[in-house]
Design a protein around this ligand. Structure first.
Ligand SMILES: Cc1cc2nc3c(=O)[nH]c(=O)nc-3n(C[C@H](O)[C@H](O)[C@H](O)COP(=O)(O)O)c2cc1C
Length: 351
């Protein structure tokens, strides 16, 4: 019977347990996407995870949708990341970088020369985004040209190469969740394109599949994971055909030899039960997991690993706390996205 503390072979890596630290934006970078030194300490404190996935990292200047988020497309950004995998490896851990483009969730405030955000088409998301000047409404995006779509696919491949070959990460995770650009292409009401990237379900899925192929060609498929969050209630996600789209995507991914597929079932809508049986590779289940529920999923072969978000944020030694059935630290929501080390590197470990 598999437990949370069993090792796991992921590509060529040997993970020491089956707890993944879920990707979490922490907004500690400077305005040009360069990480401060103490980011290495934050991740190294959490190196006892079987696998860490970093905060979502911008693949290009137009990808940025949140204050103080890091990038991986300039030499200075790449250099600022190097100490992170180094520090995690020194403590025996493994770490992937999550790559994203926020598409229509970006605000002009975050983009070069206050540019209009881009998306699959010009459909504005309902809702607001955080800026240092307060909450602001999402704006109408501009549809990427077909040529720009192909360039964006290349941006993900270049970012993957930068992360693995230059910064020293063990792999990369494509962020295809949470209503950002990749998921915007999947959404029928948001993707009104008439080229090969819009219209039919197969055409709307083409963007994510081509990005994964390009990232795999750049660094090797066994170093590439992907995260989905079907029909998540966030960022105005509307997926009327999710029941058809995600089984189709999983069927396509069965041939790609990826490191893993990570699914966040944020509304507990039965997505793991639907998708896990369809996937032949490693399946990581995430969102709303307690230790008990994670153990139950692994024992019943409903997942190969479990992603923990907030619990890892607040408990740098989460695997050890689970082993000992020790109490967990409470998260401080007020410092999730605040600059500085408070609420970042100061959560205590046991003892
Ligand atoms: C502070 C914070 C930041 C997050 N940032 C990201 C992110 O950058 N990329 C991502 O895929 N998910 C992000 N998430 C979602 C988590 O990866 C995870 O799916 C979610 O927290 C649910 O898991 P949990 O119930 O174990 O916390 C974030 C969550 C939190 C709490």
């Amino acid at each position: 019977m598999t437990t949370l503390f069993d090792p796991l072979k992921l590509g060529k890596l040997e993970l020491s347990n089956r707890l993944m630290m879920a990707p979490m934006t922490r907004s500690r970078a400077n305005d040009v996407g360069v990480q401060p030194d103490y980011v290495a300490e934050y991740y190294a404190q959490r190196a006892s995870a079987g696998l860490i996935v970093t905060e979502a990292t911008n693949v290009s200047p137009m990808a940025k949708g949140y204050v103080r988020t890091p990038g991986i497309y300039t030499d200075e950004q790449i250099a600022s990341w190097r100490s992170v995998p180094e520090a995690v490896h020194a403590k025996g851990g493994k770490i992937f970088m999550q790559l994203f483009h926020t598409g229509r969730i970006a605000l002009p405030d975050f983009l070069p020369n206050h540019a209009q955000p881009v998306s699959a088409s010009n459909v504005r998301a309902k809702g607001q985004n955080y800026t240092d000047e307060g909450m602001k409404d999402f704006v109408e995006p501009r549809a990427l040209t077909t040529e720009e779509v192909k360039q964006t696919i290349q941006d993900f491949a270049t970012a993957a190469k930068n992360a693995v070959e230059q910064a020293g990460f063990d792999g990369v995770e494509l962020h295809a969740a949470s209503g950002y650009l990749v998921q915007q292409f999947l959404m029928k009401p948001v993707n009104l394109r008439t080229d090969e990237y819009g219209g039919s379900l197969e055409n709307r899925a083409r963007f994510v599949l081509e990005i994964l192929d390009a990232m795999s060609a750049a660094v090797g498929a066994e170093k590439v994971g992907v995260k989905f969050s079907p029909a998540m209630p966030f960022n105005d996600i509307q997926e009327p055909d999710a029941d058809d789209m995600y089984p189709y995507l999983i069927a396509q991914l069965n041939h790609k030899g990826l490191a893993y597929v990570h699914v966040g079932d944020h509304a507990n809508a039965g997505w793991h039960e639907k998708l896990r049986p369809l996937y032949g590779g490693l399946y990581v289940a995430g969102a709303n997991f307690t230790q008990e529920r994670g153990a139950e999923y692994l024992a019943a072969n409903k997942a190969d690993a479990i992603a923990y978000g907030v619990k890892f944020l607040a408990n740098p030694d989460l695997p050890e706390r689970f082993r000992q059935n020790a109490p967990l630290n409470e998260p401080d929501f007020s410092t999730f996205y605040s600059p500085g080390t408070k609420g970042y590197t100061d959560y205590p470990a046991l003892g």
